[in-house]
Design a protein around this ligand. Structure first.
Ligand code: FMN
Length: 203
C-alpha cells in the first residue's frame, strides 16, 4: 500500500517536471520528453480536414483544434502550453524547421511539408501554412498554422530531400549541422533557379 502511494507520488512528480519542461523548453528537458517509438504506420488526414494550431512567440501551443487532437492522438489538456515539438518526427531534418522559424520570425508567412509523430507512434504528413499573428500595432504576438492533406506526388519530391538533409545533419555536430543541410537545399534550389517559396508551391 505504502509502496504504491510512493510510486504514484513519484510518477506525479515526474509528470509535473515534464510539464514544466515543456513550458520552458530548457535544453536539459529534451531528456525528459516522453520517448515515443515511431512506427512505420500512417494516419492519413482526410481530404476535407484542416489541422489548426496557434502558438505563442516561443512555439508553445495555445490553441489546437479537434482535428489536431484526433490526428496527433493527444487531448487538448496534453497540448496546451506545450512546445509544438511534442509532435516532431525524427525523420524531419532540423534545417526544415530553421527555415520555417527564420521566415515567420521575420514577419513573413511560410509553406512547408511536415511529417508529424502522433502519440501512438503513427506518422501523418501535412502541408502547412504558418503565419505570424499580430496585435493592433502590427507587432508579432504569436503564430498560426493551418494544414491540409498533401498530395502524394509532392511528398514523393520532398521526402528524398528531407532524407538527404537528415543524413547530412547526422554527419556534423549539432552546432553546424543545419548550416550544411540548409546549404544543400539552397544549392539544389539555386541550381533550378527558383526560390524556396516558388519551389514549395510548385510541387
Ligand atoms: C505555428 C507553429 C506550428 C508548428 N507546427 C509544427 C508541426 O506541426 N510539427 C512540428 O514538428 N513542428 C512544428 N512547429 C515547429 C516546432 O516549434 C519546432 O521548431 C520543431 O518541432 C522542431 O523541434 P526541435 O527544435 O525540438 O527540433 C511549429 C511551429 C509553429 C510556430
Amino acid at each position: 500500500m505504502l509502496t504504491s502511494i510512493r510510486l504514484t507520488n513519484w510518477i506525479n512528480q515526474i509528470n509535473s517536471l515534464r510539464h514544466l519542461c515543456d513550458m520552458t523548453n530548457w535544453s536539459i528537458c529534451s531528456l525528459m520528453k516522453p520517448k515515443i517509438q515511431a512506427l512505420d504506420r500512417e494516419r492519413e488526414l482526410p481530404d476535407d480536414s484542416y489541422i489548426v494550431s496557434k502558438t505563442d512567440m516561443k512555439g508553445r501551443i495555445i490553441y489546437a483544434n479537434r482535428i489536431f487532437q484526433d490526428m496527433a492522438q493527444y487531448t487538448e489538456k496534453e497540448l496546451l502550453n506545450i512546445q509544438h515539438n511534442i509532435i516532431r518526427h525524427p525523420d524531419m531534418p532540423r534545417g526544415a524547421f530553421k527555415l520555417v522559424w527564420d521566415t515567420i520570425a521575420s514577419g513573413q508567412e511560410v509553406f512547408a511539408y511536415v511529417k508529424n509523430l502522433a502519440k501512438d507512434g503513427k506518422y501523418y504528413w501535412v502541408f502547412a501554412n504558418i503565419t505570424p499573428d499580430r496585435d493592433a500595432k502590427g507587432a508579432i504576438t504569436g503564430y498560426l498554422s493551418v494544414r491540409r492533406k498533401p498530395r502524394r506526388d509532392a511528398l514523393a519530391i520532398i521526402e528524398p530531400i528531407y532524407h538527404q538533409m537528415l543524413s547530412i545533419e547526422q554527419q556534423y555536430p549539432a552546432k553546424t549541422q543545419m548550416d550544411y543541410s540548409i546549404g544543400f537545399f539552397v544549392d539544389a534550389l539555386s541550381s533550378k533557379g527558383v526560390s524556396y517559396e516558388e519551389f514549395i508551391l510548385s510541387i
